[in-house]
Design a binder for this molecule. Structure first.
Ligand SMILES: Nc1ncnc2c1ncn2[C@@H]1O[C@H](COP(=O)(O)OP(=O)(O)OP(=O)(O)O)[C@@H](O)[C@H]1O
Length: 253
């Protein structure tokens, strides 16, 4: 069964159609990528799915329920959590207290909420930093904290908005198994990602958005070889140029 089904979503900002009839599905247990060039509409699509923006058209179904008009907190209560591209922890609070904010959604009692927050911190590798001020974390630490705050709400679906942006290659390598393990324990994931190494390594299926429209969808290796996708990233004629260079290279070999 599809956990999430977004149908023909659109969002207009004045004269700009930022998302234009985009559809996607996340099956239960899926780890699905959403890629596309800068300004393609990926973050806007996430905001439509999670309820932070109202669509100009289209519908969102979650767990078989039409949630198109539901506010973000209702979607969170149903089991949808998102991270933000620009990470903004409560800087004056400790790592534990930041994660607790998420844990209180399902555990109003402090003792149980602390237990959940600490388990989540361990899962994302922040166990030793629980007493630190969030403001003292490195960029990689803040990214993990963002992940932990969303996980503490015990979601069925996790929406990750560029959780790897700003990390160096070794930090990316370290966090990939953490994301895979979250999926392996039953949390379905939809991730916006520019780091192709992560997309290729993690995702079962990838959707490609360009100028607000879904232009391709399929397994990562197929999608990244699709001429429409190459053109969307590198410009008109790029797919033909790359193919010609490949043939030339082959002739010289
Ligand atoms: N609140 C807004 N008001 C007006 N225009 C907006 C607003 N939010 C986004 N846009 C525009 O909508 C388009 C899509 O933006 P969006 O941030 O969704 O793209 P993106 O694919 O997430 O880009 P990136 O990969 O650079 O984060 C852009 O042209 C952007 O300038």
């Amino acid at each position: 069964m599809s956990l999430l089904r977004a149908e023909s979503l659109s969002r207009r900002f004045g004269g700009l159609l930022a998302v234009d009839g985009a559809s996607l599905e996340v099956p239960e247990g899926g780890l699905i990528g959403l890629i596309g060039p800068n300004g393609a509409g990926k973050t806007t699509l996430f905001a439509l799915v999670s309820g932070f923006l109202a669509p100009s058209g289209g519908r969102v179904h979650f767990l078989g329920e039409d949630v198109t008009r539901e506010p973000p907190h209702r979607r969170a209560a149903l089991g949808m959590a998102r991270t933000f591209q620009i990470v903004q922890p409560f800087a004056g609070l400790s790592v534990r207290e930041n994660i607790l904010v998420g844990a209180y959604l399902r555990h109003p009692g402090r003792e149980e909420a602390v237990r959940v927050a600490e388990a989540v911190a361990t899962e994302v590798g922040l166990g030793p930093m629980l007493d630190q001020q969030a403001s003292a974390l490195t960029v990689a630490g803040r990214k993990r904290l963002e992940l932990a705050r969303a996980l503490a709400t015990e979601p069925k679906l996790l929406l990750l908005d560029e959780v790897l942006a700003g990390l160096n290659p070794s930090e990316v390598r370290d966090i990939i198994p953490v994301i895979r393990a979250i999926r392996d324990r039953g949390v379905s994931i939809l991730m916006i990602e520019h780091v192709m190494q992560a997309v290729m390594n993690l995702c079962d299926h990838v959707h490609v958005l360009a100028s607000g429209r879904m232009i391709a969808s399929g397994p990562p290796r197929e999608v990244t070889a699709d001429p429409r996708v190459i053109e969307a990233y590198l410009g008109h004629g790029a797919a033909a140029r790359i193919a010609a260079q490949g043939a030339e290279g082959g002739a010289h070999a």
